[in-house]
Design a protein around this ligand. Structure first.
Ligand SMILES: C[S@@+](CC[C@H](N)C(=O)[O-])C[C@H]1O[C@@H](n2cnc3c(N)ncnc32)[C@H](O)[C@@H]1O
Length: 215
């Protein structure tokens, strides 16, 4: 079936080829080594972050990825690291880990792609220990109204081409609404892509205990 062929064969290679130009790799190099302890990475894709983890700080990496085509590429990256890595699927859209079981969750260009973002962020909060950290690097809504107009126009094409990618999500606000407090964050247009598809935020967030436990 052509749609399945695109999703499992062409899309993984597209993400692999376009998803790691030097400015993006620099940010990965900056934030991924902050991960420590038991780590869950959601939507690992082709495994572009694996080489940036510090194996002396990461005791275990749970690599969640629902697309079998991505997994095939990520499997290759796995052999280039010394990480204690276990791939996870996403049965019933629920992260298959116990409550409060990981120290760090990493999401790079996944919260901007995932269909049910509110539920996904709640799931992240559920599996994080109370003093755990979310490391994020995401694409989304530009602060510039002229660019926003282009983002709204171009979103349907990106949504199809990049299998669910949204250009107009305000990811930091959604992270905060999901019960996190942003600890540190940088932002800006990255890479050589048009401004409509290159506004990014990267940083860390911690659980906001004032908002209570997620339902
Ligand atoms: C744009 S790619 C990013 C890949 C990788 N994180 C990176 O930085 O290059 C988005 C990834 O999210 C995955 N994904 C889609 N829905 C998901 C879900 N509900 N939970 C976890 N990952 C998901 C896709 O299969 C894809 O590998």
């Amino acid at each position: 079936m052509p749609v399945l062929f695109y999703r499992e064969h062409l899309y993984p290679h597209l993400v692999d080829v376009l998803g790691d130009p030097p400015p993006i790799r620099q940010v990965r190099q900056q934030i991924i080594p902050l991960a420590e302890g038991k780590v869950l990475e959601i939507g690992v894709g082709s495994g572009a972050n694996f080489c940036h983890y510090d194996p002396t700080r990461v005791s275990k990496l749970y690599a969640l990825e629902p697309n079998p085509g991505m997994l095939r590429l990520a499997e290759r990256q796995r052999h280039r690291t010394k990480l204690n890595l276990e791939f996870l699927d996403l049965p019933g859209e629920r992260i298959p880990l116990k409550d409060h079981s990981v120290n760090t969750v990493v999401s790079t260009f996944t919260l901007c792609t995932i269909p049910g973002i509110v539920e996904a962020i709640r799931g992240v909060r559920r599996v994080l220990k109370p003093d755990g950290k979310l490391i994020f690097f995401e694409l989304g809504l530009s602060p510039d109204p002229a660019i926003q107009r282009w983002q709204k126009r171009l979103e349907p094409i990106h949504h199809w081409l990049f299998q669910g990618l949204y250009l107009t999500r305000d990811i930091p606000s959604l992270i905060e609404q999901g019960g996190f407090q942003i600890e540190q964050m940088e932002m800006g247009y990255l890479a050589q892509f048009p401004k409509s598809s290159s506004y990014c935020w990267w940083g860390t967030a911690i659980c906001n205990h004032d908002t209570g436990s997620p339902p």
